[in-house]
Write a protein that binds this ligand. Structure first.
Ligand SMILES: [Zn+2]
Length: 380
């Protein structure tokens, strides 16, 4: 692998003790950051990239994505934009298409989306199951997800399949389906919402996952107020995702916990819903992450720069807070300390941005600014 020097960096965001440096350089050895400092003091390396004054940022950590699916729901999106409300019921449409798809078709779709995300600076992506809803289909989805990422999440509790009593389905999710999913999953997740799983069912599902050795995360408080965030904090979940409808008590609970509030503004954009109150969470001291929620129904974007732009414009986060949430925040939501920052020793996942500073990610929305992506020390 050898060493790689990136010098001439106009602005280097480390998210570590060295903070943000200008006129900087960074040396990578064996896939890890080995040296960070002023460009003129940089040691020599086997290979060199001249950043020519561009900004360098940590690779994006997209900690919430539903990539194992078939079909699309463009017609549903168009209907919603024409005034129909979002209910989450469209998930069943994707379940039918996913069950009917071959392994190769699912694999090709995940590969396409992971590559699309990487071109936009994402170097770590979490991938959920949840469009199979049988033991065989959920384990198949996770096996395919595992070909692309180590951050695989069992979401058998996405929605109760049509014609199955909810209690019976919860027993399946906590029993045989969990056993089938377990070899391929690192996390368990549950959609805790009216019309999906209630708080007691969510508790039972997360407890079963914990007992099987999985980490926990939860879809909480997306469509309305509820107990989802409380369930997350009680069970020390790594992340409570969506957090669109929070009470002051929910915000305090998150701020006093090890649970990250993961905000998914692509979902509010695509369902024309009010955005979460990121400012209240940040001001209370909660840890905030940003992720895409990439899925064919409620947020069909793989773009972390788009989510950053939304967070800054619509959720009153500063550009620096949004970048932190999209990198270091995502890493916290996955309980990882080797990614999301560029300190010495970190995994060398980074992007060279075709702009003099990270601010341009929000200042120039919709523009493909990611100039080059380096993943595990290797230029892509
Ligand atoms: Zn989701």
């Amino acid at each position: 692998m050898g060493s790689l020097l990136i010098d001439g960096i106009g602005e280097l965001t480390t998210h570590g003790p060295q903070g943000t440096l200008t006129g900087a350089a960074l040396v990578i050895v064996d896939g890890r950051v080995a040296w960070v400092g002023p460009s003129e003091a940089a040691p020599a390396a086997d290979r060199r990239i001249d950043a020519a004054g561009r900004a360098v940022i940590p690779g994006f950590v997209d900690s919430h994505a539903h990539l194992v699916f078939a079909g699309d729901r463009a017609a549903e999106f168009a209907a919603r934009m024409a005034g129909e409300p979002y209910t989450g019921g469209g998930i069943r449409t994707t379940v039918a298409a996913t069950r009917a798809a071959s392994d190769d078709a699912l694999r090709a779709n995940v590969g396409r989306l992971v590559a699309e995300a990487r071109r936009q600076g994402t170097t770590t992506v979490e991938v959920k199951s949840g469009y199979g809803l049988t033991s065989k289909e959920e384990s198949r989805a996770l096996r395919i997800a595992g070909e692309f990422t180590t951050e695989t999440t069992y979401l058998g509790a996405h929605v109760v399949p049509e014609g199955v009593p909810a209690d019976e389905y919860v027993r399946l999710v906590c029993g045989p389906m969990l056993s089938a999913a377990r070899p391929y999953a690192r996390w368990i997740d549950v959609f805790c919402e009216r019309g999906a799983f209630d708080p007691d069912q969510a508790r039972e599902i997360l407890r079963a996952g914990l007992a099987a050795g999985l980490g926990t995360r939860i879809h909480a408080n997306q469509l309305g107020p509820g107990e989802g965030v409380r369930v997350a904090v009680e069970s020390d979940a790594a992340s409570a995702d969506h957090c669109t409808h929070l009470s002051p008590a929910d915000i305090d609970a998150l701020a006093g916990s090890g649970t990250v509030a993961t905000l998914l503004p692509g979902a509010e954009f695509s369902t024309r819903s009010p955005y979460p109150d990121a400012r209240a969470l940040l001001d209370a001291g909660a840890t905030v992450a940003l992720a895409t929620d990439c899925n064919p129904g409620s947020s069909y974007t793989s773009s972390m720069p788009f989510c950053i732009a939304l967070a800054v414009r619509e959720m009153r986060m500063t550009p620096a807070e949004a970048l932190w949430a999209a990198t270091a925040g995502g890493a916290r939501a996955l309980r990882r300390d080797d990614i999301g920052h560029l300190d010495v020793g970190a995994r060398a996942d980074l992007s060279i941005v075709d702009a003099p500073s990270h601010v341009h990610l929000a200042y120039r929305p919709g523009v493909p600014l990611i100039h080059q992506v380096i993943q595990g020390g290797e230029p892509i």
